[in-house]
Write a protein that binds this ligand. Structure first.
Ligand code: AP5
Length: 212
């Protein structure tokens, strides 16, 4: 399975990709998580990416393509993968074709549909584990113990780019730069659209059906 998740910020890409990854036993490759890890580790990549992410902008195509090329070359990605957050621009999509184009397993692209007005509420209510990346929602799926991760016991925090101003910028960049990527895959007949509204389990069922 080679799966790409496309969707606006807060549409549930991370939530669903984690489930799907454990269902198919393939790696969940989230460029957002990789960048946040680099920021946390204080690497050169992290120093470059941090102000761009905090402002809701996009990190340069060259940097992102380099990261993905390196990640997909690792042995665990040989059996398949779920890409979450990549590609986000047409340049990234074209480069990805060059990286995975020779494989026998075709790409499957899932677009999660969630209207903009639902996004802000989801994102401002989101909390993420600083250690293992588990995703919570203060109303729909809160941690059992206040701000402590159910899975690993680390602190559960709000992401620094989850401010209303950054979310608006991220939505704008999604519509301007990433929607053309959805059209790119639609024209190749490999795009499947999935309604992302409703309980997480129901959305997951729709995703499984669309992959069947
Ligand atoms: P990234 O981490 O990829 O952020 P994003 O695309 O904005 O997506 P989010 O992680 O915000 O949301 P999600 O769709 O995963 O939703 P989630 O499952 O958490 O990227 C961050 C930044 O890194 C970018 O802005 C950019 O700067 C940079 N970057 C990354 N990749 C890049 C690239 N390729 N090129 C350039 N720059 C790049 O769910 C959200 C909330 O909703 C949670 O609280 C969850 O519990 C809740 N929820 C989930 N499903 C449901 C449901 N069905 N009903 C109700 N609530 C739900």
């Amino acid at each position: 399975m080679k799966i790409i998740f496309i969707g606006p910020p807060g549409s549930g890409k991370g939530t669903q990709a984690k489930r799907l990854a454990s269902r198919f036993a393939i790696p969940h490759i989230s460029t957002g998580d990789m960048l946040r890890e680099a920021v946390q580790d204080g690497t050169e990549l992290g120093r470059q990416a941090q102000p761009i992410m905090a402002a809701g902008g996009l990190v340069s195509d060259d940097l992102m393509i380099g990261i993905i090329k390196e990640r997909l070359a690792k042995p665990d990605a040989g059996r398949g993968f779920i890409l979450d957050g990549f590609p986000r621009t047409i340049v990234q999509a074209e480069k990805l074709d060059g990286i995975v184009g020779n494989g026998t397993e075709p790409l499957r692209v899932l677009q999660l549909l969630v209207p903009d007005d639902a996004i802000v509420r989801r994102i401002t209510m989101r909390r993420t584990c600083a250690q293992c990346g588990a995703i919570y929602h203060l109303e729909n799926n809160p941690p059992a113990n206040d701000s402590v991760c159910d899975r690993c016991g680390a602190e559960v925090i709000a992401r620094s780019d989850d401010t209303e101003e950054a979310v608006r910028k991220r939505l704008e960049s999604f519509h301007r730069q990433t929607m053309p990527v959805a059209s790119y895959y639609e024209s190749k007949n490999i795009l499947r659209k999935v309604d992302g509204i409703g309980p997480v389990d129901e959305v997951f069922e729709r995703i499984e059906k669309s992959l069947a």
